[in-house]
Design a protein around this ligand. Structure first.
Ligand code: PMP
Length: 390
């Protein structure tokens, strides 16, 4: 019975405990933080705070060691089978991490006439850097073709059969998303490795999967995993890129060129400890069950349309939600108004186009996203309010 497991975990989030009248349903935008993360940041700042990699006194050494420990922690969290052959670089988040792969690493890989395959209907953070790279190289006289990762219309995840036709002898790189930030769908990236073959580097946007489900770099067989700490129970500004140093040149965007976010790293290591102790497999089961509960409830309410792959989540459809994200629209009430109405009942949800790139369902909608601290009762109370708006 997962509710016996969940109850004490929910109690570990001070902001949730202090606001019983409010229901936070916007975790895909940013997560709340457990006490252990807040304590780790405070302990670091009140005991050994110093600039890392500089100085020879104990606080500076402790700060340097903290970054190294956090790197090792990220590798073990990703079940990295060969940590001596991978690196972790700290970034401010997924947006900065993807830009770094695009602009620090890819220019050293691509030559005139090469092709890359990237998603056109995922988060803009996973499209804009590849287009910027194309412009940057064009200015140097290097032509790179950006191809669209094919999607399956019915389910919203990638289409590996069509990908086999998109990929050619000049394909040098593939960007993909692990879990979709509007539809909550598992994009089935393992099938992408099979479609592109063993040599092509794959970069994974894991913003919506890290902290929500087990992320194993061996199982996924990708070359870069990019994520944001703030969506995984840690602080804003504490993301990272995990890079396997196998296919292509070494990824080394610098590291000691500026002052690193040591307090953020302290929080990130604590968040990964917390997540592992709680069990990412259980978190996945919990949040997915909440998403299905909401989807099932919405299906019985005629004015609501559930968007994306969730609409085909019938048993046997083969589409797996792997995250607590449900996005929907009301027939007559605009998303913005829905946001105000829902907040008048204490529910905090996301309402806009969710930074989705071009090919997505672009008009604005309501996104409900949960994490380990949310409960079935909250979903039922939300459905009670939605029912009054028929
Ligand atoms: N990719 C995906 C799939 C996301 O959901 C987000 C955040 N909404 C980002 C990238 C960007 O993350 P950040 O704002 O932390 O850089």
């Amino acid at each position: 019975d997962l509710s016996r497991w969940q109850r004490p975990l929910r109690a570990m989030f001070p902001i949730i405990a202090e606001h019983p009248e409010l229901v936070y349903l916007d975790s895909a935008a940013t997560s709340q933080k457990p006490r252990a993360v807040l304590d780790a940041v405070q302990t670091y700042l009140t005991t050994v705070n110093a600039n890392a990699g500089r100085g020879t006194y104990p606080w500076a050494n402790a700060s340097t060691a903290l970054l190294e420990d956090t790197r090792a922690r990220i590798k073990s969290f990703f079940a990295d089978p060969a940590p001596e052959r991978s690196d972790v670089f700290f970034t401010s988040g997924t947006t900065a991490g993807l830009r770094s792969v695009a602009l620090d690493w890819l220019p050293g890989v691509l030559t005139d006439g090469d092709e890359i395959v990237v998603p056109f209907a995922d988060h803009q953070a996973n499209l804009v850097p590849w287009l910027d790279l194309q412009k940057l190289l064009a200015a140097r006289g290097v032509r790179v073709t950006v191809r669209e990762m094919p999607y399956q219309a019915a389910s919203g995840d990638y289409d590996p059969a069509a990908l086999a036709e998109t990929v050619g002898p000049r394909t040098r790189f593939v960007a993909a998303t692990h879990v979709h930030h509007v539809y909550g769908a598992d994009m089935n990236v393992q099938r992408i490795r099979r479609a592109v073959g063993p040599e092509t580097p794959i970069c994974l946007d894991a913003a919506q999967s890290v902290g929500h489900l087990p992320v194993s770099v061996a199982d996924l067989d990708v070359d870069f995993v990019v994520f944001s700490g703030h969506k995984a129970l840690a602080l804003p500004g504490s993301g990272a890129v995990w890079a396997r140093q196998a296919r292509g040149p070494r990824f080394a965007p610098g590291g000691w060129d500026g002052t690193p976010n040591t307090a953020g790293a302290a929080g990130l290591a604590a968040a990964l400890d917390w997540l592992e102790a709680a069990g990412t497999d259980r978190i996945e089961r919990w949040t997915t069950a909440l998403a299905l509960r909401l989807t099932d409830g919405l299906r019985k309410l005629p004015p609501y349309q559930v968007l994306g792959c969730q609409k085909s989540l019938d048993p046997g459809s083969g589409v797996q939600p792997r995250c607590g994200i449900v996005t929907f629209r009301h027939r007559d009430i605009g998303a913005h108004d829905m946001g105000f109405i829902l907040f008048s009942h204490g529910f905090m949800v996301r309402t806009d186009d969710h930074c989705q790139s071009g090919a997505g369902e672009k008009t604005s909608s309501v996104r409900v996203s949960v994490h380990v601290y949310n409960t079935p009762e909250e979903i039922d109370r939300l459905l009670d309010v939605l029912r009054t708006l028929e």
